[in-house]
Ligand binder design. Structure first.
Ligand code: KIV
Ligand code: ZN
Length: 518
């Protein structure tokens, strides 16, 4: 495949790996329903390739990749496979029913990986590449091959590997910066060298896959385009292993905003970026940092007097892209307790939600409850409420009531009532503070071995009546899950977030017991 260098803008394929590399990071696990929702939104948004998971990793991953393959209408759907025969067969089976299936297989190529992890010689790895890529190509025509740790692989050997992969039938060649070590100049030069030296390089599309350990993932991905890459692998909100992957929203908006120096285009509808970011944050329960480029809460906020003055005179004084171009509508005071169903439905549509009849009724009831307790209900409040509702629809453990005794004279006490599989159970516990007492009550009612790894609170909007948004991460049996919940009462939000994480563990087969029936 040739890379055009004419004056027309070159098309860059956006390969989203939120559901594979993104989901791989501790605590970011999503349920099947959440994965399907994310995949369908990415497809509508115009992503070219969706990496839906790692089918050999578990039956759950296999099922998710298979269902996504069946549901996605436009994008190529791919599943990851190590350079092992059973992995490739499983990945092929999972994507078989996709309108546009792809198998993505990878093997390490760097000396450090060959010596310490694979314990194989260069010649043995070359042989593996030829055999496994050919096996994949016998199943499906669209094959991506990745040279894991490409940026720490000597260029001569990397070229031999790429040559072998293309000869065996790979149609996309991915050269990842697996450890986030490269600089933009080095990464650009690597693509240029490989494309110049491998005789049949024009038979494949080259792809960039960058990790953000040095904060260079997006810069490196854009540099790869100058070296001839025409596919970028990235994730929503930049989630992924360790410091994460290149952020999809940053790649798309850099290309869109700086067309003067980046003569490329993508198919992604940028006005859907905010919605996709929020959906992924809700599904993974990973909050987006406030100052995150493009999708952070402060990305379009102008605080300083000089900036505000300039913005009022002419928006381009301090704004290089409009909030509307990424789907941000100005935060508005929405509705209060007098707003009816029609107004609520309109607001949900404006925020990008399409709820079924039951989900709508549940959300409306919760909106009314919130409006009774909170003077001003903002868009962010409604998003928090609906996201929480979607996440808790199938929960087995539900909070019925919580009362707290707190203050300067301890010990603090929590009295909690839960509905566990339809059975009401009650418990009173003390703790070192009200949050500790609340969590102790949950542990007494639903004994479990899960360890609390993260407890984080922040305000959804401003003001003393703002909802508190709490994130909780629990780990058990090697599984790590995160859950978020929002409520004007911080302790209720804490209990809901803890129970949300517990429900996710239960859904993944971790055993818990219910006690103390009333
Ligand atoms: O970072 C990496 O090298 C990967 C490969 C599996 C493509 O994620
Ligand atoms: Zn990766």
């Amino acid at each position: 495949m040739s890379v055009s260098t004419g004056s027309a803008k070159d098309h860059v394929l956006i390969f989203d790996t939120t559901l594979r590399d993104g989901e791989q990071c501790p605590g970011a696990t999503m349920t099947l329903e959440e994965k399907l929702e994310v995949a369908e939104l990415l497809d509508v948004m115009g992503v070219d390739v969706i990496e839906a998971g790692f089918p050999i990793a578990s039956n759950g991953d296999f099922e998710a990749v298979s269902l996504i393959a069946q549901r996605v209408k436009n994008a190529v759907v791919t599943g990851l496979a190590r350079a092992i025969s059973v992995d490739i067969a499983r990945a092929g089976e999972a994507v078989r029913n996709a309108a546009r299936p792809r198998i993505h297989t990878f093997v390490s190529t760097s000396p450090i990986h060959l010596e310490h992890q694979m314990r194989k010689s260069e010649e043995e790895v070359l042989e593996i590449i030829t055999t496994t890529v050919a096996q994949a190509r016998n199943l499906i025509d669209n094959i991506e091959w990745s040279a894991m740790d490409a940026t720490r692989t000597p260029i001569e050997y990397l070229c031999r590997c790429v040559d072998a992969a293309i000869k065996a039938g790979a149609t996309t060649i991915n050269l990842p910066d697996t450890v986030g070590y490269a600089t933009p100049d080095e990464y650009r030069a690597m693509f240029k060298a490989v494309r110049e030296r491998v005789p049949n390089a024009d038979k494949a599309i080259f792809s960039a896959h960058c990790h953000n350990d040095l904060g260079l993932a997006v810069a490196n991905s854009l540099a790869a385009l100058e070296g001839g890459a025409r596919q970028i692998e990235c994730t929503m909100n930049g989630i992924g292993e360790r410091a994460g992957n290149a952020a999809l929203e940053e790649i798309v908006m850099a290309i869109r905003t700086r067309g003067d120096v980046l003569p490329y285009e993508t198919r992604v509808e940028s006005t859907m970026l905010t919605r996709a970011s929020k959906l992924v944050a809700a599904a993974t329960s990973f909050p987006v940092q406030y100052n995150k480029a493009i999708v952070g809460r402060n990305a379009f906020a102008h605080e300083s007097g000089i900036h505000q003055d300039g913005m009022l005179k002419h928006s381009q004084t301090y704004e290089i892209m409009t909030p509307e171009s990424v789907g941000v509508s100005k935060t508005s005071l929405v509705m209060g307790k007098h707003s009816g169903r029609a107004a609520f439905r309109n607001k949900l549509t404006e925020l990008g939600y399409e709820l079924g009849a039951n989900q709508f009724e549940d959300a409306f009831v919760r909106f009314k409850e919130l409006a009774d307790r909170k003077k001003n209900v903002y868009d962010e409040d409604i998003e928090a409420l609906v996201d929480q509702n979607l996440a808790t629809a199938n929960d087995r453990i539900k909070l019925v009531s919580l009362s707290i005794v707190a203050g300067t004279r301890g010990p603090q006490r929590a009295t909690m009532k839960l509905d566990v599989d339809g059975r009401i159970v009650t418990e009173e516990q003390e703790g070192n503070g009200p949050v500790d007492a609340t969590f102790n009550a949950i542990k007494a009612l639903v004994p479990h071995e899960a360890a609390l790894e993260l407890y984080q609170v922040h305000a959804v909007t401003e003001g003393t009546d703002a909802q508190a948004e709490v994130s909780v991460r629990l780990t058990a049996d090697g599984r790590s899950v995160t859950s978020r919940a929002a409520d004007p009462d911080t302790l209720v939000a804490s209990a809901q977030a803890y129970l949300g994480a517990l429900n996710k563990l239960v859904a993944r087969g971790v055993r818990v017991h219910a006690h103390a029936a009333e």
